[in-house]
Structure formats: structure tokens, C-alpha cells
Design a protein around this ligand. Sequence first.
Ligand SMILES: [Zn+2]
Ligand SMILES: [Zn+2]
Length: 146
Amino acid sequence: MILDLLIFFSVFFLMEAVAWAAHKYVMHGFLWSLHESHHLPRTGAFEKNDWFGAFFSLVAMALFAAGYFIDVRFTAAGLGMTAYGFAYLFLHDILNHKRFGIHIKPNNRYLRSVLQSHRIHHATQGKDGCVSFGFLVPMRAKRRIF
Ligand SMILES: [Zn+2]
Ligand SMILES: [Zn+2]
């Protein structure tokens, strides 16, 4: 049980590092063609950028399958990844981008800094010159922008 919890939290926090690196080097790199939609005004319910989330959910499903067929410990990893997915969904898609028509005005310090940190990411339009690639761990801003 302790080991399962350790795996769960390790994977959860590791995913922030993976997402940060993927955002900085892949999405703003050779897969910009998919991520660009996220830096443009949304035209429908979905954007091409959602494929990244779909990809990571496939990895989580593979972990659940491995948990069933190979070793039950993979299930803890799958749950950690899924929990990260929900945290990302809430903090990035809902809090930052008001997906599903949900508007939240946080007065919580952590949520406000996550919001501010991602606004800095969207402050520039293109592929290059962006900063603040994390989603759950806010970048420490030198000054407040709102
Ligand atoms: Zn971006
Ligand atoms: Zn965004």
C-alpha cells in the first residue's frame, strides 16, 4: 500500500515534468502544427491541441492494461497519471481557458498564481519566445500582471 501511494504520487508529479518538457520541446517544437490551435482563438468545442491529452490518456489506459495483465503496481501508475489528467483539465482547460463554459474567479493564492503563470505563457502569440511551460507548478513571476 505504501509503495502504491509512492508510485501514485511519483507519477503524478513526474507528469508535471513530462508535460513541461513536452510543452517546451515538443509542442513548441516539431509538433507546433498541433499545438498552434491552442494559441489561436478557439473555433469549436475541440482544438487540435486536444490530441496531446488524448495521447496521454492512451498511455494511462496502457498502464491500466499492464496493471491487469502484468503487475497490479502499474495500476497505481495509471491512477497517478489519470489524477494528473484531471488536475490539468481543471487547472488548464477550465480555470485558464473556461472550457465547458465554466468561469471561475479564484481568490485562492495557488489558483491565482497558476492562472497568472499560464497567462504569461499566452502573452506571446507564436511558437518561439514563450515562457512558463508548466501547468500545475506556477512560474515565479517577478511582478504581478493582474
Ligand atoms: Zn504553448
Ligand atoms: Zn493554455
